[in-house]
Design a protein around this ligand. Structure first.
Ligand code: F3S
Length: 397
């Protein structure tokens, strides 16, 4: 692989042990994939940093990187962790002191290395990616959003690779960093209805994931908000290997393919049938409702508060959990307190998927198809699908 002088000096350890280790990892993976060179990045985003995920070995690896002079060279953020940050968690999410101690240590090390205090899977809300710029992101939903919504370029990096990329400020020039690989490869037509709620958007993404994995779908659908594009991308990346779509009227790189490509048409009843195959519980059986996968902006909290007060709801009969970025927790403390009295829990910096809910619930409801994909697989928890508003209407006291 061709390396610049600066890259070679990092690889030779002239810029510290951490930079040497990080460069070695990036180069090794790049060479294995056949990359000819590296590319400078402007933003790294590390995922998989829950203590549950990395354990003591990962914690030690982070400590060694930090002690070896590991500092980020570019703007860097990190993903949700295994516990609530900055607000009282719902009782089922309270963690034991040892877990909390270790998780806090991981966050501290990341901050010391120069990571932004983010704790979110929506890094594009902290720093908006620009068309054509190169990133090294490790959260599949964020990767798909960066490529699809902003036309920025990133592959789906594993946790250690995104961390290494943050330290050396580069990644291997391969996959979706290369223009040629960003061409649409299959057409998806959605005639006759709009994608105008979170569940329908997720179902469309889930359909893409299971039927079009490893493709760049050209999506001809009316997706009525950016949030629904994000939910669709998250589901497509979870249920299949889709890191980029080109959505008509949304994606800056949307273009007709150079050569004819295969086309598929999806009807509303296709999505309804798919929903039936995914659901494993009824809304009545759900012990709680989770929304915020990917994390919501705090404006949803205000909308929920208004909705509850317009309907004169004193307290919901079932818990409602709303996940938001960790760095937002301190901004919404009073509102979160008021919502908790109504059985609505704001969960910053974490989510139901990366939490340790296994054994603490049998069935949940959600509007997120990414959550619906992972809950039975990771936590053995059954899932019902509904919008947040359907859930509130049903369980208003
Ligand atoms: Fe984010 Fe957790 Fe979903 S990290 S994308 S809320 S699985």
């Amino acid at each position: 692989m061709y390396l610049s002088k600066e890259e070679e000096s990092m690889l030779n350890g002239e810029e510290g042990e951490a930079a040497r280790l990080a460069m070695k990892l990036v180069v090794k993976v790049g060479e294995a994939l056949g990359a000819e060179r590296l590319v400078k990045i402007s933003h790294a985003h590390a995922s998989g940093i829950s203590y549950d995920n990395i354990g003591d070995a990962g914690l030690e690896f982070l400590e060694n990187l930090y002690n070896g002079g590991g500092r980020v060279r570019v703007f860097s953020t990190f993903n949700p962790v295994g516990m609530c940050i900055g607000l009282e968690p719902p009782p089922r999410l309270r963690e034991d002191p040892n877990f909390v101690k270790k998780q806090v240590k991981i966050i501290k090390l990341l901050r010391l290395m120069g990571f932004e205090d983010s704790v979110t899977c929506t890094p594009y809300r902290i720093r908006t990616p620009r068309l054509g710029e190169h990133l090294a992101w490790g959260e599949s939903s964020a990767v798909a959003a960066a490529n699809t919504l902003y036309g920025a370029r990133t592959n789906r990096e594993g946790g250690p690779l995104a961390l290494a990329a943050a330290i050396v400020g580069r990644t291997y020039y391969w996959g979706l960093h290369i223009e040629e690989n960003r061409q649409p490869t299959i057409r998806l037509r959605v005639p006759g209805f709009n994608i105008d709620d979170e569940v329908t958007a997720g179902l469309l993404g889930y359909y893409m994931g299971i039927n079009m994995s490893d493709n760049v779908p050209l999506v001809d659908a009316k997706v009525t908000s950016e949030r629904y594009v994000i939910s669709m991308c998250a589901a497509a990346a979870a249920s299949g290997n889709i890191a980029m779509c080109l959505v008509k009227g949304v994606s800056p790189e949307y273009r007709e393919p150079r050569d004819p490509i295969e086309g598929v048409e999806v009807s509303y009843s296709d999505l309804t049938s798919l929903k039936e195959t995914i659901e494993s519980a009824s809304l009545d059986e759900a012990e709680l409702f989770f929304t915020g996968c990917p994390h919501h902006d705090v404006d949803l909290l205000f909308q929920v508060a208004e909705y509850l007060s317009a309907k004169n709801v004193a307290k919901l009969k079932r818990e409602l959990w709303i996940a938001i970025p960790g760095y937002r927790a301190s901004k919404v403390r009073d509102l979160a307190d008021a919502l908790r009295r109504k059985n609505v829990y704001v969960v910053p910096g974490t989510c139901i998927v990366v939490s340790r809910l296994r054994g603490k619930a049998d069935a949940i409801a959600t509007d997120s198809l990414k959550t619906a994909f992972y809950m039975p697989r990771r936590h053995n928890i059954r899932v019902a699908l509904s919008t947040i508003w359907e859930f509130i209407d049903k369980f208003s006291a």
